[in-house]
Design a protein around this ligand. Structure first.
Ligand SMILES: [Zn+2]
Length: 446
């Protein structure tokens, strides 16, 4: 019999028949909408449609063995797949290689290949969705990686991408000090100023395939007054910097932010804001940003405004822990206050600035801040879906119900009793395809 690769015969027309529906049996299933752990639930999923077909409570005991083709997750803590609401697939840890060096020295190909590895690591860690907020000098390649995953060419979370971020001229880009010989570093942003340019920039992002518009409300844009070593890997940091050499200053005016949100809404896309300072947060929230990224200086007034407008907070504690260590206790107290005041939270670590696969750090830190475990799990599932745009996503995920994307993960212990369970994901299903079972990558799923 001729082998497939050298046969001259017409290739067989038949495609392998997709597996029909199968059932996942659980003894503990977390429902983020009810904030409850339900017992003895079975979930019927359909790999052809990628959706949950049916969710029901078992009335009769299954005994020791489940029917052939079904999946037995009894004894495990099962929940919807995690959503990391703030990631950068092209970045790896700044503590391995500083940001400017990654953008300057790593080839486009290397960064793409790294993203393939990052996406696999994320999926294996239970992250079935990523909201990827900026391609970090990789143009629109995040949209291409999203499409490669959706076409089945590689494995990874479902991506919602921003492509290039919006910032005013010279506000968000890697800088160096010697421009002779054309040594400018590749820009990460789509610089635009004033309503007319901004309108065009949003339209460019939408046209390039962005799911989400990300803009900078404020940023450390006076960095060239006192270049710190981290941004300039081969240049010494200056001695004795002033306390206010590089503060977070507003990047856009109220009028400009309104234009970003309005224009994004014309395309039915959410606009989300990087905002650290109180003025930046208030302007972005009032302009209608769906989420505030970081929000480290949120005070009660900011949180009240967010609660009023339904704005989500994505506090990115996992990067704050490293970059804002002196204020970290205050930042955690702010997150607790946000939760107490009823501000909606989503879990996003700014993952990529530290390594993909370590995403669960954000959940651990939210718990450490004083947010109850089940609320944290809800922020990392349903909250993530809302941060991706909710119904505007065109999919429902982050919950287990009929018609939702069939994304499930199983932990080997109950995280209410053992928080380290969040890092022991031994089953991962996305779109009704099983990628990890018994703690192992399922090769046939690749
Ligand atoms: Zn980020």
């Amino acid at each position: 019999m001729a082998c497939h690769c050298c046969s001259t015969a017409e290739p067989a027309k038949e495609t392998p028949s997709p597996r029909s529906s199968f059932t996942i049996h659980t003894s503990q299933l977390f429902d983020p909408a009810k904030l409850e752990v339900l017992s003895d639930i079975s979930v019927v999923v359909n790999p052809v449609t990628s959706l949950v077909e049916k969710v029901y409570r078992r009335t009769e005991s299954l005994g020791d063995h489940v029917p052939d083709g079904d999946v037995d997750l009894r004894g495990k803590f099962v929940m919807p797949g995690f959503v990391d609401a703030h990631t950068h697939i092209f970045l790896h840890s700044y503590w391995e290689t500083p940001s400017a060096q990654q953008k300057r020295d790593e080839s486009f190909v290397e960064r793409i290949i790294r993203s393939v590895n990052h996406c696999r690591a994320a999926l294996m860690a239970g992250y079935t969705t990523y909201r990827d907020l900026g391609s970090e000098s990789m143009q629109e390649a995040d949209a291409n990686v999203r499409d490669a995953i959706n076409r089945g060419l590689m494995i990874g979370p479902r991506l919602f991408v921003a492509t290039k971020v919006l910032a005013s001229t010279a506000s968000y880009e890697p800088r160096n000090e010697n421009y002779l010989g054309g040594t400018r570093l590749p820009a990460g942003g789509d610089a635009a100023d004033g309503p007319d340019e901004i309108r065009k920039a949003v339209r460019r992002r939408i046209g390039a395939g962005a799911d989400i518009i990300k803009f900078y409300a404020d940023y450390r844009r006076r960095i060239m007054r006192a270049p710190p070593k981290q941004q300039h890997p081969y240049v010494a940091g200056i001695r004795f910097p002033n306390a206010n050499d590089n503060p977070d200053n507003l990047v856009y005016s109220a009028e400009e932010m309104h234009m970003i949100v309005r224009e994004a809404e014309m395309a039915d896309a959410p606009a989300v804001a990087h905002a650290i300072t109180k003025p930046g947060i208030l302007l972005a929230v009032r302009a209608g940003a769906l989420t505030i990224e970081h929000g480290y200086f949120c005070d009660e007034e900011c949180l009240r405004e967010m609660k009023l407008r339904g704005t989500l907070l994505v506090p990115t504690l996992a990067i704050a822990e490293r970059m804002h260590a002196p204020r970290f206790e205050a930042i955690k107290a702010m997150v607790k206050l946000a939760h107490d005041m009823g501000v909606k939270l989503a879990c996003g670590g700014d993952t990529g600035t530290f390594n993909h696969g370590e995403n669960a750090r954000e959940m651990e830190l939210m718990v450490e801040a004083g947010v109850p475990v089940l609320d944290v799990l809800a922020a990392c599932t349903l909250g993530g879906w809302e941060a991706c745009g909710g119904a505007r996503c065109g999919k429902r995920f982050g919950r287990v119900e009929e018609g939702a994307s069939a994304d499930l993960v199983a932990l080997d212990a109950d995280p209410r009793k053992d928080i380290t369970a969040l890092r022991r994901v031994d089953f991962v299903m996305k779109d009704a395809q099983v990628y990890k079972a018994g703690g192992c990558l399922q090769e046939d799923a690749t």
